[in-house]
Write a protein that binds this ligand. Sequence first.
Ligand code: CP
Ligand code: NVA
Length: 303
Amino acid sequence: MKRDFLALSQFTKAELDAIFALTKELKQKQKSGVEHHLLKGKTLAMIFEKSSTRTRISFEVGMYQLGGHPLFISSKDSQMGRGEPIKDTARVMARYCDGVMIRTFAQETVEEFAKYASIPVINGLTDLHHPCQIMADLFTVIEHKGSYQGLKFAWIGDGNNMANTWIEAAAIFGFDLTLACPEGYDPDPTVMAWAKTNGTSKIEVVRDPKAAALEADVVNTDVWASMGQEEEQKIREKAFAGYQVDNALMAVAKEDAIVLHCLPAHRGEEISDEVIEGWHSVVWDEAENRLHVQKAIMATLMK
Ligand code: CP
Ligand code: NVA
């Protein structure tokens, strides 16, 4: 049976911890120049309905480092952009490729693709989830803090795809998460309900960013307007005023707190220049870890 990577909720803590262990091994091998061609001769199709820097490059380079071949496909330049049904594209691609990474708007598109493709499908971001990113984020936390266990996590800003996947992660891995979101920008209620039913972690949504960041070990934020919400930028700038990870906010977090941001960042909006460039920030390690963690995900699913 093929296995997909569409949301963290499809995996157990033990399975995700095994991905972290393989990530560590592959990262060490890469750094020390030890060949690790776990996907020799295999091909990964990468479909993008939205823009990307990190996801495209890290999957493409990662597949190459594993001895396989990546293929970039912009949905608008393929027949998908002219209305070929997802279920047809999925079955055809499965005849050529060994895996697919797909970035789309609707989570349903990724799910439909996975339903019809007989090969593993990896979610490279939808409006609902960003599971590869949160795996990279948690691996970065493990590197900097030794473990995610017993840490207090804070999310500041939009209850978006990133926030939703953090909520699933908190329930699965068993850490406490406080999200500060302005009214009207809460995380997805279905994801929240899933986390409450399937975990015992303390997960709460508050309005005050300082209440969320208080004594936090990990402070995390993301853009106020995600891809596809560009026309809401002005309204969102008003709604999110005060939801900035800046020095004043970091002053209430633990002294050795780390700051995560999936990038791209909008300095002066969700994060200040001082914080992203300052010593709490681990965003460059976080971006690098996309490569290592995704190699472990691909190797796990496609080997
Ligand atoms: N963080 C992230 O997914 O970046 P890209 O949009 O550049 O892929
Ligand atoms: N929430 C952002 C994340 C980008 C990596 C977006 O969906 O645009």
